[in-house]
Design a protein around this ligand. Structure first.
Ligand code: GTP
Ligand code: IMP
Ligand code: MG
Length: 360
């Protein structure tokens, strides 16, 4: 069966961590990376090591899983080869021969073009200019790059054959719903759609084969780069959020001081980008966006991460009964607002800091 993991807010919801958990816990046979490309930064903590991955599926932590990168994903060849070394996954990773290749010219344009860099606030990874060139039909494909030869495959053929044999496939998307080129906060978006349907397209799996779509949200909302954020916490509105006043008080107690309230919260919650190191703005859980994104993604279940960051008492808790009553009601409120059951809760950055509700 196919399970798709997608982001429900603005990216950085913790997809990397949850994919690594599911890859190990569910003993999946295959993990396939979908999404835009190396603009993503997925963080995985495994056996005392931190990985910031931009190309290789985070499911690499399951040593037995075969790993794939779908044709819809832009490939930075040098970064791909470096991450193979880093994760020692050369013998089990394959990349579709039709992946488009990001070159220096794309990165240069992405970080020098005023509109992209200043107005949209891109990651500078070259993804937007590369997708534009793909639409122009002049971009180089993976099959033209000699260094990638040993890793090339027909990824849809391999994935669909695996499914025919009854194997389990985990699809790892990147970015988040609010960054979708079609459904996000245009023009402050990434260069492609970011929903579950697109993830299936990216790797060449038909919609009838997808059985499960898990939409991931952080327990609060963050956003890096430009663009609107309706639930942003500010000096003016924090009094309407008793929980956030409490978080701010705790930050101050620890001597954390930012340029303003939002910056203080960001520093306390350690919210800065994996790829760009840019600070992420912090907001309350954006319920409206979450509900809309679960609808368009066709969510079969939701996952809420980083609960421990605003409710320290649930840090590393692994059983539902071990959660405090305020965490339980917070989760219930989100389930009610979104209209979809929570199947996974994340209580820390380590792979197994998870309350898995699927067994109930
Ligand atoms: P994108 O593809 O860039 O959208 O990334 P992502 O969704 O994989 O998330 P990313 O790794 O960029 O950011 C999530 C951050 O939260 C990382 O630093 C994770 O280690 C961390 N994290 C994930 N889940 C939890 C959690 O439950 N608790 C805590 N404390 N940290 C978490
Ligand atoms: P681009 O994808 O680099 O073109 O950036 C477009 C917008 O999407 C910017 O606001 C980026 O900050 C944002 N973005 C792209 N990828 C990610 C991601 O993986 N996490 C969070 N934001 C992202
Ligand atoms: Mg990220």
């Amino acid at each position: 069966m196919v399970s798709v993991i997608v982001g429900g807010h603005f990216g950085d919801e913790g997809k990397g961590k949850m994919v690594s958990y599911l890859a190990v816990k569910d003993e999946v046979d295959v993990v396939a990376r979908a999404g835009v490309g190396p603009n993503a930064g997925h963080t995985v903590y495994h056996q005392g090591k931190e990985y910031g991955l931009r190309m290789i599926p985070c499911g690499f932590v399951n040593q037995k899983a075969r790993l794939y990168i779908g044709a819809g994903v832009l490939v930075d060849a040098q970064r791909f080869l470096e991450e193979i070394e880093l994760t020692d996954s050369g013998d089990r990773i394959r990349v579709d021969e039709r992946c488009a290749i990001i070159e220096d010219k794309h990165r240069r344009e992405d970080s020098s073009d005023n509109y992209l860099k200043e107005k949209v606030g891109t990651t500078g990874s070259g993804c937007g200019p590369a997708n534009a060139e793909r639409a122009h039909r002049t971009i180089k494909l993976a099959r033209e790059i000699p260094e990638l030869k040993p890793y090339l495959a027909d990824v849809p053929l391999e994935l669909n054959t695996a499914l025919d044999k009854g194997e389990n496939v985990l699809l790892e998307a990147s970015q988040g719903f609010g960054l979708s080129l079609f459904y996000g906060t245009y023009p402050f978006v990434t260069s492609k759609d970011t929903t579950a349907s697109m993830a299936a397209v990216d790797v060449g799996i038909g919609p009838t084969r997808v059985k499960e779509v898990i939409v991931i949200y952080k327990a609060y909302t963050t956003r890096v780069g430009e663009g609107p954020m309706y639930s942003l916490i500010t000096e003016e509105n924090i009094k309407d959020y008793p929980l956030w006043q409490e978080v701010l008080d705790e930050a101050k107690k620890q001597g954390i001081k930012g340029e303003d309230i939002n910056d203080t919260l960001g520093k306390y919650l350690r919210e800065w980008g994996t790829v760009t190191q840019r600070k992420r703005r912090v907001g309350a859980f954006d319920m409206e966006l979450a509900r809309y994104s679960s609808m368009i993604n066709g969510a079969t279940g939701i996952c809420i991460t980083c609960l421990d960051k605003i409710f320290p008492e649930c840090s590393s808790v692994k059983e539902y009964d071990g959660l405090s009553s305020r965490v339980k009601s917070y989760v219930k409120e989100i389930e009610g607002g979104v209209g979809v059951k929570a199947v996974l809760l994340s209580t820390g950055p380590e792979l197994d800091d998870v309350v898995d509700l699927r067994k109930n």
